[in-house]
Structure formats: C-alpha cells, structure tokens
Design a protein around this ligand. Structure first.
Ligand code: NAD
Length: 409
C-alpha cells in the first residue's frame, strides 16, 4: 500500500498513486449517465485485467450540474471542488450550462476555481474511424490550450450599459481611441506568468513523451501585445527552463542543416490562420501545439473532426495541484437516456487519466481493445452511419464489446 489513506498525492510535480485510490467522478447531465456507465465498466475491467485484482479504483461520486442542483441546491457545490482538490485526480462527464442563472459555464468555473490552467487534448487517429482526411493516420498532435485567461476571463461589457460607456469614455478621452456609441467591449488579458506556465507544461510533456516539437500558435501579427507577447514569452520560457533541451527553427537551419539533433525539441511558432491550413495539408509536421485559450478552443474541435469527431476526442484539464479528465463534447440532450451515443470520448479521457496515474498496462489494454472493437465493425450510431457494413450497437453494448476484446491480438 503506497499510503494509508489511499489518496493520490502530488509532490514536486510527481504523483504518488496507491493501489486503491479514491477517484471522484461527476457523472454529468444529458448523456452523461450513459457514457459514464460505459466508461466505468471499461476502466474497471482494464485495471482488473492488467493488475489481477491488486489494483482497483475506489470511485467517489461528487455532485455537480443538474444532479448537483437537485441534491444540494447548488450547481457546483464547494464540497465537490474540495473533493477533487483533495484527491488530486478526477473525471467528469459533460454538464449543462444553466441558461440565465448568472453562470457562464460550469466547466469554465471548475477550470478557473481549481486553477486547471492547461486544457490538454490529444488528437490521434484510430484505425477504421471515418475521417474527412485522405491520410488521417498522419495526425498525432496534442493541443495544450491555456485555460484561465484570454477572452474567456469573462471581462466584457454590454453595448450601451453604464460600464461599457464608462470604459468607452476613458478610452476615447484618455487613450486616443474613437469608439462608436453602442459598442460592446471585451478585454483580452494574456499574462507572462500564465503563458509561461502553460508553454512550460507543453514542453515538459513533449520531452517526457519523446516527441519532437512544440508549436506556439498565435495571432501576433494583428494582436501584437497579447498574442504577439504570448509567442515571445513562449520562446523565453523555452530558453530559461529548457535551454539544454530545445532549439528554435533558426538554430535548426543555421547550425544543423535542418536536421533535428537527437533528444532536442524544436520550438516554432505559427500564425493561427496559417496553422489551420497546415494541420490539414501537412499534419505530420505538427506535434505538441501550445496556444492561448480562444485559438485552442477552435483548433481542438477542428482537429477532433479530422480524426472522427467530438464523440472520439478525449481531454484533460491539468493544474499544478490537481487534474480533471473529461469528455470533450456536451450533454447532447436529445440522446439523453437512450443508451445510444458513443462513449469513446470519456473512455479515452479515462485512458489519459490512467496514463497520468502511470497505470499504463491498463490504459494500453483499453487502447488496444477500443481499436479492435472498431475494427470488428461494432460501433455506435454516429460511426455506424459512416462505415459500410458496420453493426450498430448501443452505448452499453459498445462498452461490453471493448471489454470482450481486451487482450485480443
Ligand atoms: P453537444 O456536444 O452536446 O451535442 C452536439 C451534437 O453532437 C449532438 O446532438 C450529437 O449529434 C453529437 N454528439 C455529442 N456527443 C456525442 C457522442 N458522445 N456520441 C455521438 N454523438 C455525439 O453540444 P451542444 O448541443 O452545443 O451542447 C449541449 C449542452 O452541453 C449545452 O448545455 C452546453 O453548454 C453543454 N456543453 C458542455 C460541455 C462540457 O461539459 N464539457 C461541452 C460542450 C457543451
């Protein structure tokens, strides 16, 4: 037993995971219960199979979203946030954003309250999954999206409101602008500190995973002091913290004839609009992509579409003290309770979580079994309608099929 309380501990950036860790989960709203049941069965079976019963996850349900509101009168109870913080690692299904209740998004609130500053989205093709790309197998990227600032900080003022008028007057009278009447205003904060910790996390990941490049995605040609500074600070932190491990494109061509030296990570930057083209036309040239919040939001979903859509895309929100793994799609309310949707996004988020806990034998089993299940043509409706000859199964049957394929060669 690694520690008496059976709680995952985080110390100096490394995790200590006991054999029977308590892991909080938020089931989620809409299709949440369906995909959670499926993901849980798959994760439990993989852990059982990989470790012969010596390891087991002790799941702890914590309320949030509609269920949280019904049970506690609060959409995001403090006890839920405390439990996630205490147990270091957690997983969640999608949650409805309450409309007109003064809450922007529960997901954004969780990220901000727990300071989960990196939204990590791996995008890798799974064989046989329908894709609009000619060569989807060339796609193997991981997006590190800054999670706490940029226009998502929520500093915006309604056109004609007293705050917008006050700010407009200040800008026009004291800062030399000539903003029209009835202009809505938003503020885009991008700080050196938050940029550097995000880019540092991306580079550390790249080094740890033996990957080869980190691309800083920005729109610095237009927004020089926010997105331009983002790229500048990204290069700075790569020199300050990882000087021995990184080289820039200029160094690559000036000193190494364009050939990446063994063990080095290439740091490059690309303008956002150009990168959207490049990930379609030359996906093999991109590996880890570190980006401010809004660019990252757009890019993550666009990349997910390149490898089979949101139903297949996993994600995690990671900070220095805890991490929350999550399905990247929403609650798809029209499908709630029908046992119909694709649980792969949450299952693959579970795979990321098991990797993060260093329970890699179990995560490898799930990857292999998911691949084998899709290859056998047993899939949920979203994939079945795109794969000729596929057998459409329910969400729960798909999970069962994954369990049955564990260990197949
Ligand atoms: P959505 O992702 O819930 O659904 C859009 C469509 O995508 C669905 O109608 C369905 O056709 C398809 N889809 C989604 N998940 C699927 C799956 N697992 N398998 C197969 N098909 C799937 O997006 P939406 O309709 O814009 O949002 C619905 C609600 O979810 C809103 O309240 C929104 O705020 C919330 N939301 C939550 C999260 C989150 O919790 N992380 C993310 C996005 C949206």
């Amino acid at each position: 037993m690694a520690n008496k309380e059976q709680i995952v501990k985080s110390k100096d950036g490394s995790l200590m995971v006991p054999d029977n860790p308590t892991i909080p989960f938020i089931e989620g709203d809409g299709i949440g219960p369906d995909i959670w049941q499926a993901a849980r069965i798959v994760m439990d079976s993989a852990v059982q199979k990989a470790y012969g019963g010596t390891r087991r996850i002790n799941w702890l349900e914590v309320p949030a979203g509609e269920k949280g509101f019904q049970e506690t009168g609060t959409w995001l109870p403090d006890d839920t946030l405390d439990a996630i913080e205490k147990n270091v690692v957690a997983i969640k299904g999608p949650m409805t954003t309450p409309v007109g209740k003064g809450i922007r998004s529960l997901n954004v609130a969780i990220r901000q309250k727990l300071d989960l500053y990196a939204c990590v989205r791996p995008v890798k093709y799974i064989d046989q999954v329908p894709s609009p790309m000619k060569h989807p197998e060339k796609i193997d990227m991981v997006v590190f999206r800054e999670n706490t600032e940029d226009v998502y900080a929520g500093i915006e003022y309604q056109a004609g409101g007293s705050q917008a008028e006050k700010l407009r007057a200040f800008l026009n009278e004291q800062m030399g602008t000539s903003l029209q009447e009835d202009t809505a205003l938003g503020i885009k904060p991008i700080s050196a500190k938050n940029t550097k910790r995000l880019v540092a996390a991306a580079i550390a990941y790249d080094i740890d995973q033996n990957r080869s490049s980190v691309t800083l995605m920005h729109k610095g040609n237009i927004m020089k002091f926010t997105e331009g500074a983002y790229a500048k600070w990204g290069y700075e932190v790569s020199r300050e913290k990882f000087g021995n491990h990184t080289i820039t494109e200029r160094e690559l061509y000036d000193d190494h004839q364009g050939k990446l030296p063994e063990g080095k990570v290439l740091i490059k930057d690309r303008i956002a609009d150009m990168l959207f083209q490049q990930v379609l036309l030359r996906p093999e040239e991109y590996d880890v992509i570190a980006t401010p919040n809004l660019n990252g939001d757009y890019l993550s979903d666009a990349l997910a579409a390149q490898v089979g859509g949101l139903g297949m895309a996993p994600g995690a929100n990671i900070g220095d003290s805890c991490a929350v793994f999550e399905a990247t799609h929403g609650t798809a309310p029209n499908y709630a309770g029908l046992d119909k949707v694709n649980p792969s996004s949450l299952i693959l988020s579970g795979v990321m979580m098991l990797d993060y806990m260093d329970w890699r034998q179990s995560s490898a089993l799930i990857r292999q079994a998911l691949q084998a299940t899709i290859k056998s043509g047993t899939v949920t409706y979203d994939l079945a309608r795109q794969i000729e000859g596929a057998r459409e199964v329910k969400c729960s049957e798909f999970a069962q099929s994954i369990v049955e394929h564990m260990g197949d060669r």
